[in-house]
Design a protein around this ligand. Structure first.
Ligand code: CUA
Length: 295
């Protein structure tokens, strides 16, 4: 059979076009690492995220050397953690040269989670977990945006990922503080802070105690995935205090972020008692205090 040369040419061109289609579609769906939320996976209860093993424990967790998981809740109209809006500054802090897998879900409506300037961009659907892995090789700040219209506050739904130098990154939190509730003015008080290190390496923590107008700092070595305690001994007589007052204290541990995370610090106060409590006319009508008058 004789095929005309032009016809051959068109046949070959058509074949090449088909092969081209297949190649570009395959590359686009596999090669770029773009993943869709997989609806064959198990769904989770968006109304009980606090009971979920992942979303009951939001934030950054180390899973390996330079590998981190971040569990994030995207809700109307913020990211937790990640928020830089609505007066809540709670950035996601990760070290540079890290591979970070972001797990995002929503308790309310459909949102999106886009890391500005990267190709990390996913829809966030209630009941589903969106997973993205991003490599951060440069210490800098990235914005996070919600690209999916989610209600009246959508335009303000934004956040921040802070990539910090490796030696500035820590996974410390204040696990607890043991401090007296009251003390005699002029006496020494002991305040013991316990610090958790959630990282997979031992790390040295700068623990600071702010009390009255003074700040004390203790260096504390904490093993990998464990806790350690340090005690501050404070002479209340040396604090610059006016009359008998409550002395406020705050214990903070560096965690790589500027955020005042709930678990990044702890605070309380010590009621300072003087010897002449009887003259105290600032108490209210309740005159039969049991602890004041035994002198
Ligand atoms: Cu959330 Cu738009």
């Amino acid at each position: 059979m004789n095929i005309h040369n032009y016809e051959k040419l068109w046949l070959i061109a058509a074949m090449l076009l088909i092969i081209g289609f297949i190649v570009t579609i395959t590359y686009g769906s596999v090669g770029l690492g773009i993943a869709m939320i997989d609806d064959s996976e198990e769904t989770i209860d968006p109304n009980a995220l606090e009971d979920h093993e992942r979303f009951g424990d939001l934030g950054v967790h180390q899973t390996g050397d330079g590998e981190y998981d971040v569990n994030i809740r995207a809700y109307q109209f913020n990211f937790e953690p990640g928020s830089s809006a609505l007066g809540v500054h709670d950035p996601i802090v990760v070290p540079e040269n890290s591979e970070v897998t972001l797990y995002v879900t929503s308790p309310d409506v459909i949102h999106s989670f886009s890391v500005v300037g990267t190709n990390a961009n996913t829809m966030v659907v209630p009941g589903e977990i969106s997973v993205m892995t991003v490599e951060f090789n440069e210490a800098r700040e990235y914005g996070i945006l919600c690209n999916e219209y989610c209600g009246s506050g959508h335009h303000g739904m934004e956040g921040v990922i802070e990539v910090v130098p490796e030696d500035e990154f820590h996974l410390f939190s204040v696990a607890g503080v043991d401090a007296p509730e009251s003390a005699q003015a002029g006496d020494e008080v002991e305040i013991t802070a316990t610090v958790d290190n959630d990282a997979l390496d031992a790390d040295s923590a700068a623990v600071s105690l702010e009390i009255g107008e003074e700040t004390f700092e203790n260096e504390l070595e904490v093993d990998a995935e464990s806790s350690a305690s340090t005690t501050f001994t404070v002479d209340t007589g040396a604090l610059d205090l006016e009359d008998a007052v409550d002395i406020d204290w705050t214990v903070t541990v560096e965690d790589g972020s500027e955020a005042t995370l709930e678990d990044g610090s702890a605070s309380g106060s010590i009621a300072l008692e003087t010897d002449d409590d009887e003259n105290d006319d600032t108490t209210d009508d309740d005159n039969d205090e049991s602890d004041g008058g035994d002198q």
